[in-house]
Ligand binder design. Sequence first.
Ligand SMILES: Nc1ncnc2c1ncn2[C@@H]1O[C@H](COP(=O)(O)OP(=O)(O)OP(=O)(O)O)[C@@H](O)[C@H]1O
Ligand SMILES: [Mg+2]
Length: 365
Amino acid sequence: MAAAHTQDTMRLPAELLYQQEIEVLKKEDKGDVPPGWQMSPRAVLTYITGGKAGKLDITPKYIGNRRLVEMAIATLVTDRALLLIGEPGTAKSWLSENLAAAVSGNSGLVVQGTAGTSEEQVRYSWNYAMLLANGPTPEALVRSPIMRAMEGGSVARFEEISRCASEVQDALISILSEKTVSVPELGNETSARKGFSIIATANTRDRGVNEMSAALKRRFNIIVLPAPSDLETELSIVKKRVSEIAASYELKASPPADEALLKVVTIFRELRSGMTLDRKEKLKSPAGVISTAEAISLLTNSMALAASFGSGEMTDEDLAAGLQGAIVKDDDKDKLVWKEYLDNVMKKRGSEWRGLYQACREMNE
Ligand SMILES: Nc1ncnc2c1ncn2[C@@H]1O[C@H](COP(=O)(O)OP(=O)(O)OP(=O)(O)O)[C@@H](O)[C@H]1O
Ligand SMILES: [Mg+2]
C-alpha cells in the first residue's frame, strides 16, 4: 500500500523530495546494479554525498565522512544488516531514509521501535474481522513493513531499535539469519527476495545500544555517526538544512545571516564540548542534548517567529528565544549553566555579540 502524497503533504519522503535527482542518477548510471537495487552503489554514494549526474547537480544529503557512507552502502550490498548508532541528532534517521530511497526507491517501510513495539509489528498480524469471519486466509494477513520489504526485495527501516523489548529483538534475529518469516497458520513462509535488507538506528543516549543482545548485534554492521568534527562542517550542515526546511514550510522570512549561524553553531559547539573554541576556558555543559539537529530546529523556529510576528528579518530577540528553548530544557541547573556562559563567555566577546548577549540575558531572567 503506497501512501498518498500531494503538494499539501506536510513532509515528503526523500524519494519524492529528490525524485528528479533519483531519476537522473538512474538514467546516467554506468555501474553494475546489484539484484533488487534501483541503482549502482556508486550512484547511491553520489546521491548521498553529492556530485553530478549528467548535467544535474546532486545535492549532498549527508555531510561528513565519505568513507562512513561507503561502508554503509557496502554493507547493504552484502546480506548483513546495517545499524547506525550515535548521539542524538547526528543524522541517523536522515541517512537511513535517504539510503532506502536511493537503494529501493521507497523509504516508507518503517518500524518505529518503542518499549511497546510488539513482535507482531516486526512479523505479521491479522485483520481480526476477516480472521473471525473466514479463518486464517492470505487476505486476512497483515504484513509488517519488514515482511513487505522481504517480499518486494527492498530496504526496511527500524528506528530506535535499542528501545525494543528483548522478545522483539529476538524476532528480528531469526528474520536476519533465516531471511524468512513463516506463517504457521497458513502453512507457508515468506522468503526474502534479493535486495532485502534492514537499516536500523539507535541512539547512544537512550537506554543504550549496550543492552542489545550480542546475538542481534552480531547480525549488524555497526557504523557510528559522529557529531560534526569541525566548525565549518557543522556550519555548512546547519545552513543547508535550515534553508531546505524553511523552503518546505514556505516561511516568509530571510534565511539567517551567516553571522547568526556562526553564533549559534559556536555556542552549541562550546556548550557541547565544555570548552571555548579557542580552548582557553572550561565551561559547564547543559544536561540536555545540544545537537546539530537542535541548532537546525532552533534556527527554523526563530525564522518562524520572525516571519509570523516580526519584520521577516531574524532579530537577536528571535534568536535568544530559540536559544533559551534549546539550551534550558526543564532543568533549573541549565538556567545557571546558560547564565554562566552568557556572563563569562559571551559578554566578553565584544560588540558583535552585545545585542545577542542582552537579549539572552533578558530571556534567562
Ligand atoms: N552530518 C549531517 N549531514 C546532513 N544533515 C545532518 C547532519 N547531521 C545532522 N543533520 C540534520 O539534522 C537533522 C536531524 O537528523 P536525524 O533526525 O536524522 O538525527 P538522528 O541521529 O536520527 O537523531 P535521534 O537520535 O534524535 O533520532 C536532519 O535534518 C539532518 O539533515
Ligand atoms: Mg532518529
